[in-house]
Design a protein. Structure first.
Length: 293
């Protein structure tokens, strides 16, 4: 507050509360101090400003027994900050999910939700909605991942917190593989299944379950993949095998054939010679073209 030499009395008020009269402090708040910067200046300083400091401040002067005053309004800005957010969620596929994110700040902050899928598909994160809530009905496994709540009001860098959503679903066998193996050689059958929780695997030949270390076979389960290894293939080992994948939500199986040299096994669970494999590929391409009409 700039004043001149004709001023006889000065005072600072906050609403109806007197802060200073002249050099005498009336306020009990230690954060409010008087600045003695110049003879013609009567200024105060408020340290560590909070929301309660917002409001009108009046500089009052007395000149030739004539009072005058001027008013300034203090607006306190608050950086956007997330104060509450949903906990991590684990649900079964098909369930409904609601996520919540509450933020404070002045001016009123905006809230943006971004989704980062668990499955790496090259899409990266994407904006899915604005506002405090995300509502998802009939959730699918593709909606499993990280949900970032980002709030900002341009006062400071955005505040971000994340909710992890895990979608449980029954096993889906996504890949099988078998190569032709000669008698006396090492043979391997592969079976891969996507599932949450991870699937448990079992192997069968006909009705007989196979166990690791028995009858010259080894079973290795690593994450989504199971391998059935034959260390010394015999004629009796050739034939149809069943890979069973299961978790708490369901069970599925597929057949894989162990054959001799010159045969391969495709993802559709058929043992094919190179010639019949070419024929199947030709038929598949023909059906694909016809389906467009």
């Amino acid at each position: 507050c700039n004043v001149d030499n004709k001023v006889s009395r000065v005072a600072w008020l906050n609403r109806t509360t007197i802060l200073f009269t002249g050099n005498e402090k009336w306020s009990l708040d230690p954060r409010v101090v008087l600045l003695n910067t110049a003879v013609t200046e009567y200024s105060i300083k408020i340290l560590n400003v909070n929301l309660y400091d917002e409001g009108p401040y009046v500089c009052s002067i007395l000149t030739n027994k004539k009072p005058e005053s001027t008013k300034v309004h203090l607006i306190v800005q608050v950086p956007a900050r997330i104060v509450n957010i949903s906990a991590d969620v684990s649900v079964n596929e098909g369930s409904n999910v609601s996520l919540m994110c509450l933020a404070i700040g002045r001016p009123e902050p905006s809230i943006l939700w971004k989704f980062r899928p668990s499955k790496v598909d090259g899409k990266g994160s994407r904006v899915i909605t604005e506002g405090e809530y995300v509502e998802m009905t009939g959730i699918t496994k593709d909606m499993s991942g990280s949900y970032d709540c980002i709030t900002s009001n341009d006062i400071s860098p955005p505040d971000k917190r994340t909710v992890q959503v895990t979608v449980n679903y029954p096993p889906v066998i996504s890949r099988v593989r078998s190569t032709g193996t000669a008698v006396g050689q090492k043979g391997v059958l592969w079976c891969e299944a996507s599932a949450v929780p991870l699937a448990d695997f079992q192997w069968y030949k006909g009705e007989r379950r196979l166990f690791n270390g028995l009858n010259g076979v080894k079973i290795e389960n690593k994450g989504k993949e199971s391998m059935l290894t034959f260390f010394n293939v015999s004629e009796e080992d050739y034939g149809n095998y069943t890979c069973v994948a299961m978790n708490t939500l369901g069970i599925t199986n597929t057949s894989i054939i162990l054959n001799g040299p010159g045969a391969i096994h495709d993802v559709n669970n058929a043992a094919l010679s190179p010639a019949s494999s070419f024929l199947l590929l030709t038929l598949a391409l023909t059906l694909s073209v016809l389906s467009k009409f």
